[in-house]
Design a protein around this ligand. Structure first.
Ligand code: NAI
Ligand code: MG
Length: 336
């Protein structure tokens, strides 16, 4: 049988460490993949290339599926985010970020079973990156929202909700203040909702949404939202279910998909071999489902659940003492 070709961007900081562990776990399920390694982020810049080399974009477009480690973007200076560039160049318009409770994971919300999915628009909004300085003391950024951009994102959200048998789809916005931009998003949301009558479709203003998420998070099911709100709300939801070490994600386009964790390159713990690879691993599980490899996907999820509920081999971010390698070995053993 031909091997499945998968593009791999190890990324920066903890990226290479968690990527190595993730690939080892994937291969232990019997997955036969040809991993095509590509550069992006600081790793590319250090080789004298741009943050997203054109050959990286071409290769992902050709292969169709990529697994990506986090890439470092300096704040307030330096290169434009490799993520933003990749998402825009490949038109990866939907960022899907599930937030699910794993058994045994401790935390303020461990007593509530949470199972939410954030569907974040991924190419527009303030992340279009249009900033300028008309005066040394004035800086401006342009928020770009387009009707087709809203329409395809909300439709994707409803389609995904239908496929997964969800019940409620909620638009998160600030249309009371941003009447034209967020107003357009909300308008397209309710237009699409009319074609999906089986859902409770409603909306919530983003600040109220954050408050509700930390008081009654169990009420939410699928949240669809713009780029900036989605970025912030998805980290919040990751915190609700045990932290960034557990939160996976998928960037979906018409022709290709890039799977990556919600978290960044974690420079504070990089190089120490202690990062939790679960977020990237669960992103890889989303990739396996996307590739139709459901058996391998379920085996990995079951094994992660066993290791978490066991609680004996957890990484430091979850209050355990295991390092990345020990956790990886345990996940492989538990899936055998
Ligand atoms: P971060 O997500 O890298 O780290 C936030 C906190 O969570 C840190 O204390 C970190 O140690 C911890 N953490 C994150 N992932 C973890 C894991 N797998 N296991 C254990 N602990 C983990 O966010 P931060 O510090 O704001 O950003 C660092 C860099 O990452 C920046 O350059 C930023 O631009 C980049 N970034 C990249 C993303 C991507 O490539 N998709 C997404 C978010 C940030
Ligand atoms: Mg983020």
């Amino acid at each position: 049988m031909a091997k499945t070709r998968i593009a791999v961007i190890p990324g920066d900081g903890i990226g290479p460490e968690i990527m190595q562990a993730t690939i080892a776990i994937l291969e232990a399920t019997g997955l036969e993949a040809e991993w095509v390694e590509l550069d992006a982020g600081l790793a590319a810049i250090e080789k004298g290339k741009p943050a997203v080399p054109p050959e990286t974009i071409d290769a992902i477009r050709e292969i169709g599926t990529a697994l990506k480690g986090p890439t470092t973007t300096p704040s307030g200076k330096g290169h434009k985010s490799a993520n933003v560039q990749l998402r825009q160049a490949l038109d990866l318009f939907a960022n899907v970020r599930p937030a699910r409770t794993l058994p045994g994971v401790k935390g303020a919300f461990a007593h509530i079973h949470l199972d939410m999915i954030i569907v974040r628009e991924n190419t527009e909004d303030l992340y279009a990156g249009i900033e300028y300085q008309p005066h040394p003391d004035v800086a401006q950024a342009i928020k770009v929202i387009t009707r087709p951009g809203c329409a395809r994102l909300v439709r994707y959200g409803f389609e995904m909700a239908r496929e997964q048998g969800r019940k409620r789809v909620t638009a998160v916005h600030k249309a009371n203040i941003m009447k034209l931009t967020d107003g357009m998003f909300l308008e397209e949301f309710y237009k699409a909702a009319a074609d999906y009558p089986e859902f409770q479709a409603d909306d919530v203003i983003v600040d109220n949404c954050c408050m509700q998420l930390v008081t009654r998070p169990e009420q939410f099911d699928v949240l669809v939202t713009e780029n900036l709100y989605g970025d912030i709300v998805s980290d919040l939801c990751a915190g609700l279910v045990g932290g960034l070490g557990l939160a996976p994600g998928a960037n979906i386009g018409e022709h290709c998909a890039v799977f990556e964790a919600v978290h960044g390159s974690a420079p504070d713990i990089a190089g120490r071999g202690v990062a939790n690879p679960t977020a990237l691993l669960l992103s890889a599980v989303m990739m396996l489902h996307h590739l139709g490899l459901h058996d391998q996907a379920s085996r990995i999820v079951n094994s992660v659940m066993r290791v978490c509920s066991d609680g004996k081999c957890l990484t430091v971010d979850l209050g355990g003492r295991a390092n990345t390698h020990e956790y990886m070995v345990e996940v492989i053993n538990q899936s055998a």
